[in-house]
Design a protein around this ligand. Structure first.
Ligand code: PMP
Length: 287
């Protein structure tokens, strides 16, 4: 069966699904998105992603395109039509279609809603993730509202491309104080020299990762010491382990930073254990 996308009230073959050229998402990046990991046909950490979507939209004064309950049905229907059991579910809401003007449309417009699903070979992606990835570091150059999950991702795009060109999988942004904020599409963590897990606090200019949040609960249950405290790239290089979290990467060990090995240069035991625990949690908690 061919892929189908949901666009503004109807499903269309993926290759034919289109939005208007004056959609404000297309012209102005005036919109937000969410990504759910799909495991066993269920949406992982569904509640957290819904809550963040509502918050992102609220911050931009874009109305929810439909109720949460209705949205849940459409998301599940998208999975069903695409027969996705393992993969990713992408949702995007923009302010809608209006004659081009930076300021909001003066007469209310209907927000645009696009949903797509992508299947993943979970075994292959697990094997790849478990081998660990390299990251590079770059100066933070994003705006001051990285807590909003907007589709305005140009700095993230350029950072990711720089990483790829250097043979790495992710780029960590480093702020003016020399502290790692987060990755271009993930949150950053270390297991420091004292055996304490560390990730940046959400008072900083970062996205409040849903995987990060759930993993903090998993860590608390496992009784491992954790602090929401920033670290420098130098501390990460001296750390026992480093890893990243996100709906796409789940928990993925970081084995090198700017081409230099982290710890012994192999995926860390703690990162791999947390990956297992997180996946168990996500499979249980999905809707
Ligand atoms: N930070 C950024 C900039 C991201 O794009 C993502 C991926 N959405 C994350 C962190 C991780 O967030 P989550 O765990 O909710 O996927």
């Amino acid at each position: 069966m061919s892929r189908q996308a949901y666009v503004n009230g109807r499903f269309a073959p993926h290759g034919e699904a289109v939005v208007h050229i004056e959609d404000r998402g297309y012209q102005l990046a005036d919109g937000v998105y969410e990504v759910w990991a799909v495991m066993g046909g269920r949406l992982s950490d569904a509640e957290g992603h819904f809550a963040r979507l509502e918050r992102s939209l609220g911050e931009l004064r874009i109305p929810m395109p439909m109720s949460r309950k209705a949205l849940e049905l459409v998301l599940k229907e998208t999975l069903r039509r695409n027969r996705v059991r393992e993969g990713l579910l992408y949702l995007q809401v923009t302010r809608g279609v209006a004659r081009r003007d930076h300021a909001f449309p003066t007469t209310p417009v209907t927000p645009s809603l696009v949903i797509t699903a992508k299947a993943l070979d979970r075994q292959a992606s697990n094997a790849k993730a478990e081998a660990g990835v390299g990251v590079i570091t770059l100066p933070e150059n994003r705006w001051g509202r990285c807590d909003i999950k907007t589709i305005g991702l140009l700095p993230n795009v350029l950072a990711k491309q720089a990483a790829r060109e250097q043979g790495a999988a992710e780029a960590w942004f480093v702020d003016a104080e020399g502290l790692v904020t987060e990755g271009a599409s993930s949150n950053a963590w270390i297991l420091d020299r004292d055996g304490v897990l560390r990730t940046r606090d959400t008072g900083a200019n970062i996205l409040r990762g849903i995987t990060r949040h759930s993993l903090l609960e998993v860590i608390a249950e496992a009784g491992v010491k954790v602090e929401e405290r920033p670290f420098t790239p130098a501390e990460a290089l001296e750390a026992r382990e480093a890893f990243i979290t996100g709906a796409g990467t789940l928990v993925t060990p970081v084995t090198s930073i700017d081409g230099r090995p982290v710890g012994n240069g192999h995926p860390g035991e703690m990162a791999l254990r947390l990956r297992d625990l997180y996946i168990q949690h996500a499979r249980k908690a999905g809707i």
